[in-house]
Write a protein that binds this ligand. Structure first.
Ligand code: PLP
Length: 408
């Protein structure tokens, strides 16, 4: 039996017209290809800036992975400032490209990466490394010693909550009380080459979890309630940690928090100086399902309809760009144009072949447009992105992969 993967709601008429125009603009292009609709991207830039309520957004680079688009966002104005990098090696590569004000969101102990970081800082780059325990401090100090330089660091504050039978949030940092933060701060005195200049407290359970997922009424209610319950608790915890550090004399210039799904509530926390976000600029499928906002789908990929097993079926070449994290059909890309095509439950999006079914007017060799489930990750499969404006390709720019970059 052929079972379809449940897909999103039908696109609205303007959305469908836009998708048709995007596909028409790809005529003659070799498939598969990735594309970004600059009109939608620019509207998302404005909408995210508005939601941030005057606090600057540090760009979460993992959600973009295209230097030209990161530069475009940073050139928008003071609403976007700095990059929230996902690896030390990435921050060094971006610094070499002339990007400045880089905060690495995730810690590492790898000497090779930390040596390169210390070298870049010694050469005048501005990169802040992340730490949440003494081992991180020791690894950073050792690299700073080798390079004979000082390193700026930030502490990652845990914003998750334990409820009976549920961990609401992510498992990353152990720093979940002011006492624990202050204990690490006290240890910092033994690392004379390290300077604490910031903290990051990312409330993943609010920023990264949808509460308006189609067909999930009960879960949506629970998630919505839990988000409302934890929002003031996150703010109170972050505020108490920041206050304790400041009282002890820590000159914190960065207090980073939030993500695309929490811009309003994180911006309302007076202890936060900046937000960290990126996904909303591409607005992938997983970000369709939030009660408080709606951004415009801006990132896509197009596949070739290369064969047909029976009338009413099309199989595309490529397509298995499934998003990471807990497994589930919500991690699959979604075919959006032509309307009426669905993935098959038993095959999903395949390694080299993606079968779809639905009655549509397409010939072999034609294009099928997909949206990724998550923002930046799928671009690790493409060397370049076609930038479209008003349905015309206006530029082709390299992705991280196209630059020969791969970061973990
Ligand atoms: C530390 C941190 N900040 C912010 C974000 C939010 O990024 P986005 O807006 O792309 O969801 C993430 C996403 O995982 C993150 O890990």
């Amino acid at each position: 039996m052929k079972r379809a993967v449940e897909t999103n709601l039908q696109p609205t008429v303007p959305q469908a017209q836009r998708y048709a125009k995007l596909v028409a603009g790809l005529a003659g292009r070799t498939l598969p290809c990735a594309l970004v609709d600059l009109d939608a991207f620019d509207r998302n830039l404005a909408a995210m800036a508005k939601r941030a309520g005057g606090k600057p957004i540090r760009l979460a680079s993992k959600s973009l992975r295209v230097p030209a688009l990161m530069r475009r966002a940073l050139a928008y104005g003071p609403a976007y400032a700095g990059v929230l990098c996902y690896s030390v090696a990435e921050a060094v590569s971006l610094a070499e490209q002339g990007m400045d004000d880089l905060l690495v969101a995730y810690p590492t102990c790898q000497p090779a990466f930390l040596n390169a970081l210390a070298q870049a800082i010694g050469n005048g780059r501005h990169i802040v490394a992340m730490a949440d325990c003494e081992q991180h401090l020791a690894a950073l100090q050792a690299a700073a010693d080798r390079a004979g330089t000082l390193l700026e660091i930030a502490f990652d504050l845990d914003m998750s909550f334990d409820l009976p039978g549920l961990h609401f949030g992510v498992y990353r940092s152990p720093l979940n009380t002011p006492d624990k933060v202050m204990a690490l701060y006290a240890k910092l005195m033994a690392y004379p080459r390290l300077r604490l200049v910031g903290v990051m407290g990312y409330e993943a359970q609010i920023a990264g979890v949808g509460d308006a997922v189609p067909g999930k009424w009960l879960e949506n209610q629970a998630v919505h309630w839990l988000k409302a319950w934890s929002t003031p608790k996150v703010a109170a915890r972050r505020k108490a940690m920041v206050a304790a550090l400041r009282q002890a004399g820590a000159p914190l210039r960065i207090v980073n928090g939030g993500g695309t799904g929490s811009l309003e509530s994180t911006a309302a926390d007076p202890s936060v100086t900046e937000l960290g976000a990126g996904s909303g600029l591409y607005a992938p499928v997983l970000f369709d399902h939030y009660r408080g906002f709606q951004h415009e789908p801006a990132a896509f990929f197009a596949l070739e309809a290369s064969r047909s097993a029976f009338d009413g079926s099309l199989t595309c070449q490529g397509g298995g760009y499934v998003a990471s994290g807990a497994v589930g059909v919500h991690k699959l890309p979604e075919p959006v144009w032509p309307i009426g095509l669905q993935l098959l439950g038993q095959e999903g999006a395949g390694e080299v072949q993606t079968p779809l079914f639905g009655q549509v007017d397409l010939a072999l060799g034609d294009r099928v447009l997909f949206r990724p489930a998550k923002a930046g990750e799928f671009l690790d499969r493409f060397d370049s992105v076609l930038l479209q404006r008003d349905g015309q390709v206006v530029e082709q720019v390299p992705t991280y992969r196209g630059m020969g970059w791969q970061f973990f």
